[in-house]
Every structure is written in C-alpha cells, then in structure tokens.
Design a protein around this ligand. Structure first.
Ligand code: SIN
Length: 329
C-alpha cells in the first residue's frame, strides 16, 4: 500500500512538473525572410528580435532566419498558413495570389519618390489594403520600405528598345510581367534565391532590384551595367497568420506590436541610408557601370510602360489608383 502511494505521489509530482514547465516555456516566433541581414528588412527583423528579448524576456523568443534559410519565395506563404513560421515580410509583388490590391505598388512610374509611397501607405487606401487578406487567414502588420528598383543587365540599357528580347527575372507579379512585356522584353518569374546563379550563368540577361539587394546579393558582380531607372518601388508587408497572431495573449500581442512599430521605423530609416550607401559601394567597386538616364530617355520609359496602369486599374481599384496618383502632390 505504502509503495503504491509512493508511486502515485511520484507520478502526480512528475505530471505537475511537466505541466509547470510547459506553461513556463516561452512562445517561439520564427521570422523568416529571403534577403541578407545587412538590408532594411534584415536589420528590421533583427531589431524586432532584440526588442522582444528585452521586453518579453522569458515569455517570447524571436528566431530570425535570413537568406531563404528556412523558407523561400516558393513556400513561405504556405508555411505561414501552416504555422511553420510566424512572421514573414514578402515584397508586395508576392501577394498577388492572396489579393489583387497590393499589385498597385508594382505599377511602373506610379510614385515619384518614397515620400509619396509613404503618404499613400499611411493614408486610408494604403491602410485598408493591409487588411485585404483577412479572409485568407493573413494579417498585415505594417509596411516596410526598401526603395526604388533599378535595372541591371549584361548589356547597356538606355532606351526601352535596348530591353527588347532580353530576359529579365521578375517576382511573381503579373504587373511586373506586363511592365517588361510593354518594352518587348521577356519576363521570367523566379525566386529571389535563384537570381545570382541565373545572372552568373547568363540564363537571364538582367533583373530589377533596389540598391540594397543588388549590393548584398552581389548581383552587381555579375551584371556589367546598372541603369538608374527608378521605375518602381520595392516595399514589403510584414504579415502573420491570423490564427497565430490573434491566438497570442492580448498583453503579449500589444508589446509585440510596439516592438514591430519601432523595428519597422528603424528599417525605414535604414532603407533611405542604404539606398545611397550601397549605390556608392557598387560605383566604387567598378564592377558595374552606372547608366544615368537623361530626362528624355527616362520619359521614353514612362511612355512605354505607363499603359500597364490601364490594364490593371480594375484589379487594383480605380479609387486606389487615383489616391496613389494624388499622393505625388
Ligand atoms: C526581397 O527584397 O525580399 C526580395 C525581392 C525580390 O524577390 O526581388
């Protein structure tokens, strides 16, 4: 009898200890992204991890996986919805499967500068778009800037006709496909992690990227020319799955939202600096020649690509398009 009681006491204690340790285990948030750590997104993700470590020590741990280490373009959204990763920040072009609205950001020559992008994103139309994927189980938590895209290629590209029949890698966006088709080029949808090899092996002729990606992925080492076209913006949306985010304890979620806000603000600040610094580093490397367009040459690109707006105005919403145009004033 005594032995039975001792066994029972042992089992009860063990169960209690297991339960207690399970309760005390911190929540793990996996943040996966496809770029290098020394980029606006990489810096934002690491800052978020560090702020959470300070403010929610013992309660939440953020693990950051850069450079498509954990998930890449082809599977990160599915992984998010399956709960295998909890935060991602894809380029806005990569949400096409989940909402047509965010394609607005890919329209060529829509925003004149980052101030206009910011004004639109923070205004009612831009904010409403953040919530446009709720029915798909995706919750938008905030825009993050990278910057304007430039064209890189193995041959000099000055005029739209120079791009004719050339293969350009694009993100999975029909707007970006239409943009290159408008100048007679061949858009090739490929994941970011494959771009360097595609360029190096000359399987493709060129790509479009902001300066920080060109520099951190060393694309400039395998592209002889960079045309400073600034033809479109590459920004991000930090997202989680509604199931995960809304399932967090409310007090913890509030602190996490504060950490996100601060880390996004840092990422945005860094994006403006990196745009200038990484461009200069590429120029200094002399591996790639910078092509600066004359106003007339730039205008030729605007005229060739702008018809794409009409093609997608229904998809992105006419009122959204009008608000985006107005953000330039
Ligand atoms: C990124 O900046 O997250 C990658 C963009 C791309 O796929 O070109």
């Amino acid at each position: 009898m005594l032995k039975l009681k001792a066994i029972l006491a042992f089992v009860v204690t063990a169960v209690f200890l297991c339960a207690a340790s399970a309760i005390a285990a911190p929540i793990v948030i996996k943040f996966s992204h496809v770029v290098a750590e020394d980029t606006p997104k990489g810096i934002m993700a690491n800052k978020f991890r560090d702020l959470v470590a300070e403010r929610l020590a013992g309660k939440v741990v953020v693990e950051v996986y850069p450079n498509s280490q954990l998930f890449g373009d082809t599977n990160e959204m599915e992984a998010l919805l399956l709960g295998d990763v909890h935060l991602i920040a894809p380029a806005l072009a990569k949400f096409q499967k989940y909402t047509p609205l965010l394609q607005i950001y890919d329209l060529p020559f829509l925003f004149k500068d980052m101030a206009a992008v910011d004004k639109f994103q923070q205004g009612p139309h831009g904010q409403a778009m953040i919530h446009s994927m709720k029915d798909k189980g995706i919750i938008g938590l905030g825009y993050l800037h990278n910057g304007f895209k430039v064209l890189s290629a193995s041959d000099p590209i000055r005029l739209p006709s120079d791009a004719k029949n050339k293969k350009f890698r694009i993100m999975t966006s029909d707007v970006l496909a239409a943009q290159f088709e408008a100048v007679g080029a061949m858009p090739i949808k490929k994941p970011f992690s494959e771009v360097f090899t595609l360029l190096q092996t000359k399987a493709i002729d060129g790509a479009e990227n902001p300066w920080s990606n060109l520099y951190s992925q060393k694309f400039y080492e395998v592209q002889s020319y960079i045309t400073e076209s600034n033809h479109g913006v590459l920004d991000y949306l930090v997202v989680s799955s509604s199931e995960f985010w809304e399932g967090l304890p409310a007090d913890i979620r509030t602190v996490l939202e504060g950490c996100l806000k601060e880390s996004i603000a840092l990422g945005n600040k860094v994006s403006a600096q990196k745009d200038l610094e990484d461009k200069q580093k590429i120029i200094d490397s002399k591996r790639s020649q910078l092509i600066t367009l004359t106003p007339e040459e730039r205008q030729a690109w605007v005229e060739a690509m702008k018809p794409v707006w009409k093609k997608f105005e229904e998809a992105v919403g006419k009122e959204n398009l009008a608000a985006a145009i107005a953000a330039n004033n």
